[in-house]
Design a protein around this ligand. Structure first.
Ligand code: ATP
Length: 511
């Protein structure tokens, strides 16, 4: 998918009601997004699939729902107050702010026009998660200069953070034409601050949580005391997190308010390596099972110098988004760092007593930490297809039936002869189990197209024959196959298709 197609996706999301810019009627607000009628169902289905597969169907997992604002000591213990910061750079001219670790400097050398022996250098700053993402903008600037000076002699790229301080003055910022407008990198804490109670004083400062994980650690003892759990076990939480990102961008990928789906899996220290390997694979397979193609996904193990000092291993699950390969989820072996920190700061005993071995120890932790919004974006990118049907370009969202916002749409072929009544009764029957949509407006072909864009896997049409033999037509979104089934148990037929129990006639697999 090219960058143009990312624009198409963003526009489809707006047009069909998947995702809107937040408070758009007031000009929006950077880094905040709203999910529309289809988007809210899609994101909920993703979170439900995660909860179902991770919590409900396992005997070694329990759930939790913590408050967003916690005692600020939590964030001192976790290291977020002292260390949760990104290096930022200001442009003195435009007042824009950039993440210094995402600012790449492309150095191009040209022959001076009137003095071929003399060389001219341009140090263009360009933004991107990686140099490849930033390259396009620098190349466009180089192409403009090449019109006057001829082709560049050579070029190289380096990170703004890696430049010697005296070289930073040579850099031309992303939105200006002159060098020397960028500041030195400075540390910027990403936590949103607020005040609890009536007084806006330093002693009342609190933070909107930047991750859901710490609420799990803070409740470790509470959960153990309920007596439902025995190590190895995990605690899972889905909820909002907030980070005052310097450069929110790439649609919902980097937002300032987002949802996380996090697991802290507690185990014996000697078993932690094995559990790390288990979760690393299990989490990768989960995305593949729900339709992300494995050639677009990759598991990237962190290099030793990338690891946090307490972590012995960390891997990122990355997806090839149209704007570059970027992180969907991180799986970290965190050792006993978090529980030890919270013991130190709270003074409470968070060790675990193992009844079997009669041993007391601090559990080790494996943390698979996923973003619901990034997962939603990846599934949307993967689903977006254009094909030609009856000489017309069709946009179709090939979402996995489990994730599709609407599972079935029901149409009367025409608005008479009792067809609307029959269609409505079928719609009401399906609605008891799944999200269904009733549509009687316009030509049936147009109704199909609308559902293709919404990602609805099955459309059911009631026609003249229905009134004589009580059968209806099911149309499959992806293969466009149509077949007749009795209307009597249509809800079960659709359920079996969605769950993969049955397949589209003549197809290898419905999913
Ligand atoms: P990045 O390096 O992209 O900023 P991170 O390594 O800081 O991410 P974590 O702190 O490991 O991310 O958070 C776990 C998950 O939460 C990420 O894999 C991602 O899915 C999600 N996430 C983190 N920051 C954001 C954000 N600003 N917008 C949307 N999702 C996010």
């Amino acid at each position: 998918m090219s960058s143009l197609d990312m624009e198409k996706l963003v526009s489809l999301c707006k047009r069909r009601g998947f995702i809107f810019p937040s408070s758009e009627i007031y000009g929006g607000i950077g880094g905040f997004w709203d999910y529309g009628p289809l988007g809210v169902e899609l994101k909920r289905n993703i979170k439900d699939a995660w909860w179902h597969d991770i919590v409900r169907t396992r005997d070694d997992m329990v759930g939790l729902d913590c408050s967003i604002i916690m005692n600020p000591r939590v964030w001192e213990a976790s290291g977020h107050v002292g260390g949760f910061s990104d290096p930022l750079v200001d442009c003195k001219k435009t007042k824009e702010r950039y993440r210094a670790d995402q600012l790449w400097v492309f150095i191009y050398r040209f022959n001076a026009k009137d003095d071929p022996g003399k060389h001219l250098e341009f140090w263009w700053g360009s933004l991107g998660g990686a140099p490849e993402e930033a390259r396009k903008a620098a190349e466009a600037r180089a192409a403009k200069v090449a019109k006057k000076l001829g082709q560049p002699l050579d070029s190289s790229v380096t990170g703004y953070m890696q430049l010697a301080p005296e070289d930073r003055d040579k850099v031309i910022g992303p939105s200006v034409d002159e060098a020397g407008t960028l500041t030195e990198p400075r540390s910027f804490n990403l936590m949103f601050k607020t005040f609890v109670g009536a007084l806006e004083s330093e002693s009342n400062v609190a933070y909107l949580r930047p991750e859901t994980a710490q609420g799990i650690f803070a409740n470790f003892k509470n959960v153990c005391d309920t007596g439902r759990v025995k190590i190895p076990f995990g605690i899972a939480q889905v909820g909002k997190s907030f980070r005052n990102e310097i450069n929110p961008r790439n649609f919902t990928f980097r937002s300032r308010e987002f949802e996380q789906m996090e697991i802290e899996f507690f185990c014996k220290p000697e078993d932690a390596k094995e559990w790390y390997a288990y979760w690393r694979k299990a989490r990768f397979d989960w995305y593949v099972k729900l339709g992300l193609r494995s050639e677009k996904l990759r598991l990237r193990d962190h290099d030793p110098d990338e690891l946090a000092f307490y972590s012995t291993a960390t891997a990122d699950i990355e997806y090839a988004f149209p704007f570059g390969i970027s992180e969907l989820e991180g799986i970290a072996h965190r050792g006993d760092y978090d529980l030890t920190q919270h013991m130190k700061f709270s003074g409470k005993d968070l060790t675990y007593f193992d009844e079997e071995s009669k041993a007391r120890f601090t559990p080790h932790v494996i943390e698979p930490s996923a973003g619901a919004d990034r997962a939603t974006l990846a599934f949307l990118c993967e689903a977006f297809h254009e094909d030609v049907v009856e000489n017309e370009t069709r946009t179709v969202m090939k979402l996995h039936p489990r994730l599709a916002p609407i599972k079935a749409a029901v149409f009367p072929l025409v608005k008479r002869d009792g067809m609307p009544e029959k269609a409505m009764s079928i719609h009401k029957c399906i609605q008891q189990k799944f999200a269904s949509f009733y549509d009687q407006t316009g030509a049936v072909g147009r109704r199909y197209r609308r559902q293709d864009e919404a990602g609805t896997p099955y459309c059911i049409t009631i026609d003249g024959q229905t009134l004589t033999d009580d059968t209806v037509t099911i149309r499959d979104r992806d293969s466009l196959k149509q077949w007749r089934v009795p209307s009597a148990n249509i809800d079960t037929i659709i359920e079996d298709l969605i769950t993969g129990k049955t397949t589209v006639p003549g197809a290898d697999s419905a999913n």
